[in-house]
Design a protein around this ligand. Structure first.
Ligand SMILES: N[C@@H](Cc1c[nH]c[nH+]1)C(=O)O
Length: 399
């Protein structure tokens, strides 16, 4: 019988793991250097916790059968779990605001074709903080993380759920849903063919084109006949973009403003963004000011913002920059006869102690010397320590 993995599941072999670790360790260093601390939430939660407030679609959750009446599910993302874990802890004596948390683990999603997918995310949540500094911190932390792994040609697509919502509110109610769908799927043709009053259609087409260099988009928006009631929101985005540009840490061209941009999860209330790089979406996130209230016993909410990096996509986008070979052991310790076994273990232990970061391997068979040398070469080991019956070691370099 052939034991195959379920569709969407995969084994990570040592080289995949080494590449993943290469990325994770660099990103975690950046998170920690900005004051973020690691949190670990459970893989399995009540389905109602994972989907509370209606922001996460239960259809996207892999559900588990258990003996309890409650349905359980595998986490499809982390933000809801962290909101659940912290909602009642914030503000009181337990945890002061803001809380800076990071995570690095796997998530599971059910796809529309009924297959499941396990993937890995590393991300941060900044809980109990709002305003330009908090939004700026998250965008700059994201940029620094991507720069630390030397990702090239990436761009942040920045939207604003609140502003996009307000722009949609300007449509007569009966058209809103349809226009929203067209915007979400960037479907200009359906929008053009839609039965809308001429002025409303003109505005809808204006909206779908609100994408490009931030300054151009914002000036088009400010000059639109429709947006005079939204000056506050527009000015906020202007200030955020000025802050991003003024720090000068990343190129101005990295930022694309797209006011038709919408996220899959429906808990966002402010800026939303994703990072695109060579057809991969390597990160996404945004501000969610009401989500913690969904989990708080008195429905008190704390403004929060975060992002996650999609580690597989980042690994694909980075491929040529990642380690292509595994680190090999420094030395192969060979007991030349059964009598030398104890001395071989002792010699290997001493080497491991002396060369703290190097791996030392034992030869496990009593083979002819030429075979041992060939074996060492094959494994990329450049040194052999031959241990004789009296415990003496003689070193040989293998090339
Ligand atoms: N949890 C979101 C990303 C995010 C983190 N914080 C806010 N948003 C996702 O998986 O897409």
């Amino acid at each position: 019988m052939v034991h195959q993995l379920p569709t969407g599941a995969k084994d990570l072999l040592p080289l995949d793991v080494a590449q993943k670790r290469w990325i994770e360790s660099r990103i975690q260093q950046v998170f920690q250097s900005w004051g973020y601390q690691r949190i670990i939430t459970p893989t399995v939660e009540h389905l109602r916790s994972l989907t509370a407030g209606g922001a996460v679609d239960p259809e996207s959750v892999i559900q588990l059968h258990s003996n309890s009446i409650d349905i359980l599910g595998l986490r499809p993302e982390f933000t809801a779990s962290i909101a659940r874990a912290y909602a009642a802890r914030l503000g009181g004596n337990v945890a002061t605001c803001p809380q800076r948390l990071y995570y690095n683990a796997n998530v599971f999603r059910r796809r529309s074709n009924n297959t499941s997918e396990e993937s890995f995310q590393a991300g941060v949540e900044l809980l109990g903080a709002s305003g330009l500094l908090a939004d700026g911190e998250i965008l700059m932390l994201l940029a620094e993380s991507l720069d630390r792994v030397e990702l090239e040609n990436w761009q942040i697509i920045l939207g604003d759920a609140r502003l996009t919502g307000a722009l949609l509110e300007l449509f007569p109610e009966q058209y809103r849903d349809k226009v929203r769908q067209c915007l979400a799927s960037l479907d200009r043709i359906s929008l053009q063919e839609m039965d809308l009053p001429t002025d409303v259609k003109g505005y809808a087409l204006e909206l779908i084109d609100l994408r490009g260099k931030p300054k151009d988009v914002l000036s088009r928006l400010s000059n639109s006949a429709w947006t005079s009631s939204l000056t506050g929101e527009i000015n906020y985005l202007k200030s955020l973009i000025e802050l991003w540009e003024s720090t000068g840490t990343t190129s101005v061209d990295r930022l694309i403003l797209d006011l038709s941009f919408m996220q899959t999860f429906d808990y966002y209330t402010g800026i939303v963004f994703e990072v695109a790089c060579n057809n991969y979406v390597v990160a996404q996130g945004g501000r969610y000011d009401h989500l913690l209230g969904v989990y708080h016993p008195q429905n008190i909410s704390y403004p929060s913002i975060g992002f996650c990096i999609n580690l597989e996509d980042l690994q694909q986008a980075l491929q040529s920059r990642l380690p292509q070979t595994l680190v090999t052991s420094k030395c192969l310790v060979v007991a030349q006869s059964p009598k030398a076994m104890q001395s071989a273990f002792a010699y290997a232990a001493k080497l491991r102690q002396d060369l703290a970061s190097d791996a030392i391997e034992l030869e496990l068979e009593f083979r002819a010397e030429t075979e041992v040398r060939n074996h060492a070469r094959l494994r990329g080991i450049t040194q052999i320590a031959w241990i004789s019956n009296d415990g003496a070691a003689s070193l040989e370099s293998v090339s």
